[in-house]
Design a binder for this molecule. Structure first.
Ligand code: C5P
Length: 344
């Protein structure tokens, strides 16, 4: 398969915070809202997945957005049905205001095309290639004619991009290959991210990688759940991830952003509120809560980007304050020039 060549595209313009997605893998509204309040200033997106959506339905989207108006909503429904049904579900997801919505790439080209066609202007359709929980043995039960999960992921990714999907969900291990094949075009969203310092009990993720490696290889957004959720201090863990993302961006060669970017409007303009509350089932030390909303550390940022995610204005806010400018052809590394997500 020929490798992609670089073509004109908008700059990535993604701050470390905008690259971090936290999945709200919790069973009830109170837990979801606690997480959203506590992490809203540190992560860029909240992912509402099957557990929360099944429990609360569409209301979950509105409630999370109200709790974290500065963040985008990623509706991870992993739609997989006949084209007409998926198109209908995608239309509804768009109406709810979800900026990112997933479908299964294994649903076939017609289904993928129907999904991409039904999404509104502010919704990006992500095709899930091969779940990061599948190891080669599990995959050989499903598709023995593929030698390893990456091979199937490549095939499904091609199908999804040909069907006009905006991006792909893939394991960290497949990022280099997909970037090489598709250039900057797809928005690559990567779960199975495991920082070296994270401890995840009974981990079901198999095809994993570190945040630094995923970013260096060309990932756009990282989905990080349990390493944050199960950390002794979740906001600090999220902030540490932003640091690692920032460092990886600094040491990677500049790369153009995906064609599907800027992403959808992330509703709201309000910075995170003053009381982030507590983590579900956990009372954090006062020092931590203050740290979430306190002023950024004094002094200039030697790295050229805002290293204090808690102080960073949100995506919509950034879109309003960023002057238009030429594509620098790489990561936007300076807060002043960061053009946050806005309507395309
Ligand atoms: O970091 P952690 O393993 O806790 O992240 C789990 C999240 O990643 C879940 O919300 C799950 O739905 C999501 N995920 C995904 N695609 C995969 C694997 C996991 O969106 N291929």
């Amino acid at each position: 398969m020929p490798e992609a060549t670089e073509t004109a595209a908008p700059a990535a313009a993604l701050s470390p915070r905008e690259r971090l997605v936290f999945p709200l893998d919790v069973p009830d509204l109170d837990s979801a809202l606690s997480c959203a309040s506590l992490l809203g200033g540190t992560v860029g997106w909240f992912k509402i997945g099957l557990e929360l959506f099944t429990a609360l339905g569409p209301d979950s989207v509105a409630r999370v957005r109200d709790a974290a108006p500065d963040c985008g909503i990623f509706l991870d429904l992993k739609l997989h049905d006949i084209p007409a049904t998926v198109a209908g579900a995608m239309r509804q997801a768009s109406r709810l205001g979800a900026g990112l919505v997933t479908v299964h790439a294994q649903g076939g080209s017609e289904m993928l095309r129907a999904a991409a066609g039904a999404a509104g202007d502010d919704t990006r359709v992500l095709a899930v290639t091969v779940l990061t929980s599948l190891n080669p043995a599990a995959m050989s039960e499903l598709a023995p004619w593929f030698r390893e999960p990456g091979e199937l992921a490549v095939k499904l990714a091609r199908r999804a991009m040909d069907a006009a999907c905006h991006g792909l969900v893939c394991s960290p291990q497949e990022v280099p290959r997909l970037r090489r094949l598709h250039g900057h075009d797809p928005l690559l969203v990567v779960p199975g991210v495991r920082p070296q310092w994270a401890r995840v009990d009974n981990d079901d993720q198999v095809r994993t990688g570190t945040p630094a490696q995923a970013i260096a290889d060309g990932a756009d957004l990282l989905v990080v759940g349990r390493p944050i959720r199960d950390a002794p201090d979740p906001p600090a863990a999220a902030a540490r991830l932003c640091e690692e993302i920032a460092e990886a961006l600094d040491s990677s060669p500049p790369r153009r952003g995906p064609r599907g970017w800027p992403p959808p409007d992330m509703a709201g303009t309000t910075p995170p509120g003053p009381d982030p509350g507590t983590w579900p089932g956990q009372r954090l030390p006062a020092r931590t809560r203050a740290g979430m909303t306190g002023p950024p550390p004094p002094g200039p940022d030697p790295g050229g980007h805002d290293r204090s995610p808690v102080s960073r204005p949100g995506p919509r806010h950034m879109a309003e304050t960023t002057p238009p400018g030429p594509d620098p052809g790489g990561h936007d590394r300076t807060p002043a020039s960061r053009s946050g997500p806005s309507r395309t």
